[in-house]
Design a protein around this ligand. Structure first.
Ligand code: NAD
Length: 438
């Protein structure tokens, strides 16, 4: 099977690399010359654990290559996956489909033989039908089908998620397209991972419904955490007690500073917009979006309270700025709200992140980057744990507090406990949904 993948971002690159590892011949295309140059040198332009090793293995085996030339990539391909970005459109919350439609048109103009044009990007219901129209208009002679194949991988665990998925969802209109998609995913089918074949609209809907549900679950537990603080309950115990119920499950029940990242914020907004357009309001999702914004504001309030109502002149060490551990992705990370508010309030902010610096330098002006938590905390007035990277999970709290000017910690991921902080010599400790120290 010969496959082309358009877009070498978090989804396109992982998909292309994994398809080649299945044994298919894969060419990945990107219009960004810097990304293709790096990939051709065997370098991975994003941080995703384990990706480099599989990439190199498949390039060496001659099954995987990279190009900027879309026409060359799709020459002879039986399937072309569109995995370009679908960010929030400015102003109305709708998913911006400019990149998807541009890619579809380029494929239409370059393709010669039968091809399945597969949308892997997250797109609103009806987009694949529009892709079909765009392709047919651009190349009326072309024999093709469209397919929807939404992606569910998580950054930071993307390889495992792709190779061992909970399910693969494939939306098709013809048996012929279904046969091509089955052939592509055959290695997963043989290992009995569920492959679900649906119509186009259901496949498109599954992705938004799943992401909105997960965002709801996180937001629900964050709201319960806020109430726990008021009534003196402990969110960790509450989450565990809830999660042991199989109907609820223990995943996505960790209270924190509000969800961020490249998917939940934009996909919840897009779903709300789709609901409005079809006069079927997504009231729960709309509320989730609002409550999540409130959660981020609440975190800022916690930091302000800890700093005696003023950030001015305070030295604040922020541990972690990526939206979650094991990725370099900063899109819609809570740090993008909290850090500028600290800087704007007059704090001197020092930042540490194992992978976030490359992206973060441009996004977080006015901060100083440090190599480790201890360097960041030296003489500081407050340390904030914002992303629960492993290296922040086992800090020597005595050493950390020992070098601080004022020993205060805001643990927005509930990595430690008030007891740990007290033992380490901290004078003040707050977390999310639990009693503060003292
Ligand atoms: P990304 O921004 O990391 O990558 C997109 C890539 O597409 C960029 O490298 C860009 O240069 C390239 N591109 C855009 N237009 C192109 C064109 N016409 N020709 C060639 N290359 C082009 O995006 P991403 O995070 O990989 O997300 C892609 C899609 O997958 C989005 O719709 C997203 O919602 C969805 N998704 C993302 C994740 C995730 O965890 N990141 C998970 C599931 C689904």
């Amino acid at each position: 099977m010969r496959i082309a993948v358009i877009g070498t971002g978090y989804v396109g690159l992982v998909s292309g690399v994994c398809f080649s590892d299945f044994g298919h011949d894969v060419i990945c295309v990107d219009k960004d010359p810097a990304k293709i140059d790096r990939l051709e040198r065997g370098e991975v332009p994003i941080y995703e654990p384990g990706l480099d090793e599989i990439l190199v293995r498949n390039v060496e085996a001659g099954r995987l290559s990279f190009t900027r030339d879309l026409a060359r990539a799709i020459d002879g391909a039986q399937a072309v996956f569109i995995a370009v970005g679908t960010p929030t459109r400015r102003g109305d919350g709708h998913a911006d489909l400019t990149y998807v439609m541009a890619a579809a048109e380029e494929v239409a103009k370059a393709a010669k033989d039968y091809v399945v044009i597969v949308t892997k990007s997250t797109v609103p219901v009806g987009t694949n039908a529009r892709v079909r129209e765009v392709v047919a208009a651009a190349n009326p002679e072309l024999d093709f089908d469209v397919a929807s194949n939404p992606e569910f991988l998580r950054e930071g665990a993307a390889i495992d998620d792709f190779m061992r998925p909970d399910r693969v969802v494939v939306g098709v209109e013809t048996e012929r397209a279904g046969a091509v998609m089955s052939e592509i995913y055959r290695p997963l089918f043989l290992r009995e991972f569920p492959i679900m074949v649906t119509d186009l609209e259901s496949a498109e809907m599954i992705k938004y419904a799943a992401n909105a549900f997960l965002a709801t679950k996180i937001t629900f537990i964050n709201e319960i955490a806020a109430l726990c603080e008021k009534v003196g309950a402990d969110i960790k115990q509450v989450s565990r007690g809830m999660g042991l119920d199989n109907r609820i499950g223990n995943k996505f029940l960790h209270a924190g500073p509000g969800y961020g990242g490249s998917c939940f914020p934009k996909d919840t907004k897009a779903l709300a917009r789709i609901g409005q357009e079809h006069a079927s309001p997504m009231r729960i999702t709309e509320t989730v979006i609002e409550v999540n914004e409130e959660a981020k504001r609440r975190m800022l309030g916690k930091l302000r309270d800890l700093c005696d109502d003023s950030f001015n002149g305070k030295i604040v060490a922020v541990l972690g700025v990526t939206f979650k551990p094991n990725t370099d992705d900063m899109r819609d990370a809570p740090s993008l709200t909290l850090v500028p508010a600290l800087v704007g309030g007059g704090a001197k902010v020092r930042v540490v992140d194992p992978q976030g610096r490359h992206e973060g330098e441009a996004l977080l002006p006015g901060v100083t980057w440090e190599d480790d938590a201890y360097a960041a905390a030296k003489d500081a007035d407050l340390v904030v744990i914002l992303t629960e990277w492993n290296e922040f999970r086992a800090l020597d709290l005595g050493r950390l507090a020992g070098s601080m000017r004022v020993k205060r910690m805001a643990d927005l991921r509930n990595v430690y406990s008030a007891h740990d902080a007290e033992r380490g010599g901290f004078e003040a400790y707050v977390s999310v949904g639990r009693r503060p120290m003292g």
